[in-house]
Write a protein that binds this ligand. Sequence first.
Ligand code: ZN
Length: 435
Amino acid sequence: MDFKPIIDTLMRRLYPLNRSLTGEDNRKTLRLIREIIPLNILEYASGTNVYDWTVPDEWNVKDAWIKNSKGKKVVDFKESNLHLVSYSVPIHETMSYKKISKKLFFLEDLPDAIPYRTSYYKKDWGFCIAKSQFDTKFMENEKYEVLIDSSLAPGSMSIGEFLIKGKSEKEILVSSYICHPSMANDSLSGVVLSVCLAKYLYLKRNELQHSYRFVFLPETIGAVAYLFKNEEIMRKIDCGFVITTVGGKGVIGFKSSFDPTHEINGIANSVLSDNVKNYVQYPFDIRGSDERQYSSQQFRINTVSITKDKYYEYSYYHTSLDNLQFVETDSIMETLKIYCQVTDLLDLNIKFKNTSGFGEPMLSKYDLYPHLGGSAKFHNGRELTKIDIILWLLHYCDGNKSLYEISIKMNVPIKILYEVGSELVTKGLLSKSSE
Ligand code: ZN
């Protein structure tokens, strides 16, 4: 399937929306995603206590601007939603330069960029502007009329959820966040990639070994609330992905999970080293995105992130220059291909159990031995015949070792072990071990 048109269209349609923790544009975002994948849209009411947090009031914005004394708009939310500090309370007041300048945020080192600021949990307001705009539009002794026509009222927080059922009960989590307004790499590229990955897996759902739980939620409060509402399910999840910042012009990166020995790290690294010349390795860091919630003590879900221009690492991060010129469809495609390959391998990483009884089975009885000959060349030039692989699988598969573990021991790709193992299942010599 060609994902380019989906990426193009979704990026273009989702980019302008004024996403935040809550609000109508978050709902619109989820509805647009639902045109591609059959998403459940969940609403968690404002005021709901979720562990140590409370779902906030819903925030919606009709308009926001600053006018000078001539009535000319010097800052206009309609030109960029980044101009307004997210979760700004309503205000309509005329004020001095001295007062307004305390409410303006800009970046000295990126004079043409509008920074991204939020004030989710402290009732406040503010505007973000380019330094160049501040220098030319704001004068001492001038008076400014400020309007923020926003509402902060009980409503709900919207979360998207999509479960693709595979053969086993084992679930893999795929999480991306929908709380950022008009910025393309952080976090929209991750949302769009997740939608494509969901579509990719959904199209081959009949052959999937594992199940995949996709969530689209506002960062932190969304993840906390989703964990709270789905505690039992989420505690059983062993690993997954937090997908963000996947479409920049720079390097591919890999952030490992809190337990670097977890197999998801090895699997992702093997795909990356086969496909990317130089990629940057980021060890697990408690700063970051929703891995903070998923990795917390009661859940301990090992989540990794494959990035292209990782958050914190590029100069346009959290500014208006992280826009549709910075993020290209081809860049998202490049990262998507890696994610697809990693999930392909993860999906085949199952456990088999030898069910042939005591001793070595008499392979010729199973129509396996006589017809097999020749040899296959694998990785480091070491030659193994198919019969070698069968014997090793019968030796290793005790229901506890994963194919990834065996593939490391044997230096044979998971895919081949899976194919040979599946043939042995049809002969009754192995069974798939349920997890
Ligand atoms: Zn961010």
